[in-house]
Design a protein around this ligand. Structure first.
Ligand SMILES: Cc1cc2nc3c(=O)[nH]c(=O)nc-3n(C[C@H](O)[C@H](O)[C@H](O)COP(=O)(O)OP(=O)(O)OC[C@H]3O[C@@H](n4cnc5c(N)ncnc54)[C@H](O)[C@@H]3O)c2cc1C
Length: 359
């Protein structure tokens, strides 16, 4: 990590999801004076970070250039660096490497072969696995897999453990955490260029810079300044299964089948989560489809019992690419719209915020 900037800034980060935490932690580590404010979700709603499975899909991304590719690669490198920093600070966190992206039809399989070919010798270390090579894997894969890509650098992290470690280490570097919704933002009067924040309880704060990383709460906050940012909620559901004692030990990495993520967990547990579901209310049919992998679940998976199920909402930007990383007013930074891959993209988004603050 680069040395602290010559001019430390006072910064308020609004939103304590994974995106806000990464941002607040990085800024504290870089010597800024940071307040992280999280208002909590309305009753019955989980934010994206509380629901996320933590899959990291950077090298298997379908493109090899452009903003999405650069952000993913930057994040993957940062996660490794941050893991080292957190471990050295007594906050060990895991990066469980290895991801198998399965092909479910001929077009998908062709795309995968083209992707590995395009990656070439200098690209990410992706390996093609044919259907016959996958047949021997235990326990059996979803029915009908035509092949897949094995990506040794992609994988999974536990968002809640990482969030906790970032918070603890951030506190050791001066990070201050407050639990109260922010209600209003405005430029401070006079020429200082500072910002003023009003909390729901009426208290006021001021800071040199504001970072809005409030997921679903981002658009209403920006509206108080007359800034329109169209965002729509996107639902995702997940399950934790307990596997029968006879099930062989799960594969060494995570698995993706038709947009459904399967994450092996300790003690014969498995997380299964879908990335996208229309609307804001969870559909029981979508959950059933998830549990049986759209009808392709192998026998051992059908025999597993559900120990927990949950859902979460995150926001998708309308009419612009995700994530939204903008500075709509001097000193007001927005890092939101992480509706997919938000856990993966959070470190690169935090790096962007730090760059703007120190520019
Ligand atoms: C089921 C599911 C599985 C997923 N799996 C993955 C995955 O495997 N890999 C991956 O990379 N991504 C995954 N995602 C996506 C990921 O969860 C999101 O992209 C990411 O969590 C978004 O984080 P965030 O910090 O922007 O938002 P959030 O987690 O929603 O956090 C926003 C925070 O802002 C706070 N807030 C809102 N308004 C205010 C206010 N006015 N004042 C103060 N605080 C406020 C809220 O309390 C909340 O804590 C998944 C999502 C779901 C639903």
């Amino acid at each position: 990590m680069a040395p602290p900037p010559a001019a430390a800034r006072s910064v308020v980060v609004i939103g304590g999801g994974f995106v806000g935490r990464c941002c607040a932690w990085l800024l504290s580590r870089r010597g800024h004076e940071v307040q992280l404010i999280d208002g909590g979700q309305p009753a019955g709603v989980r934010g994206g970070s509380e629901a996320a499975l933590g899959l990291l899909m950077a090298d298997v991304y379908r493109r090899r250039s452009g903003r999405g590719w650069r952000l993913r690669q930057h994040s993957l490198a940062l996660l490794e660096q941050w893991q080292g920093l957190l471990a050295a600070a007594g906050q060990p966190v895991e990066l469980r490497r290895g991801l198998l992206l399965l092909a479910h039809d001929g077009d998908d399989w062709q795309r995968q072969q083209a992707l590995v070919c395009r990656s070439g010798a200098s690209g990410p270390p992706l390996e093609l696995r044919t259907a016959s090579a996958l047949e021997g894997l235990e326990p059996a894969l979803p029915r009908g897999a035509l092949g897949g890509i094995w990506s040794p650098r992609d994988g999974q992290l536990d968002p809640s453990r990482w969030g906790e470690a970032l918070e603890c280490d951030g506190r050791a570097h001066g990070l201050n955490l407050q639990h109260e919704p922010v209600e209003h933002l405005e430029p401070a009067p006079g020429p200082s260029g500072r910002w003023r924040i009003r909390m729901a309880g009426g208290a006021q704060l001021s800071a040199d810079k504001i970072v809005v990383a409030a997921g679903l709460g981002s658009a209403p906050l920006l509206e108080t300044l007359g800034i329109e940012l169209p965002l729509e909620p996107v639902l995702g559901q997940a399950l934790e299964l307990e596997l029968a004692a006879s099930t062989p030990e799960l594969w060494p990495g995570s698995l993706v089948w038709r947009g459904i993520n399967l994450v092996p967990r300790p003690q014969r547990r498995l997380w299964i989560g879908a990335t996208l579901e229309p609307g804001e209310s969870a559909s029981p049919d979508a959950l059933t489809n998830l549990a049986n992998l759209q009808g392709d679940a192998p026998t051992w998976l059908r025999q597993a019992s559900t120990v927990r199920q949950w859902q979460g909402l995150r926001v998708r930007p309308v009419g612009q690419p995700a994530p939204v990383l903008i500075e709509p007013r001097p000193g007001l930074l927005v890092s939101t719209g992480h509706y997919r891959n938000g856990i993966l993209l959070a470190p690169a988004s935090a790096a962007w915020v730090a760059e703007q603050i120190e520019a």
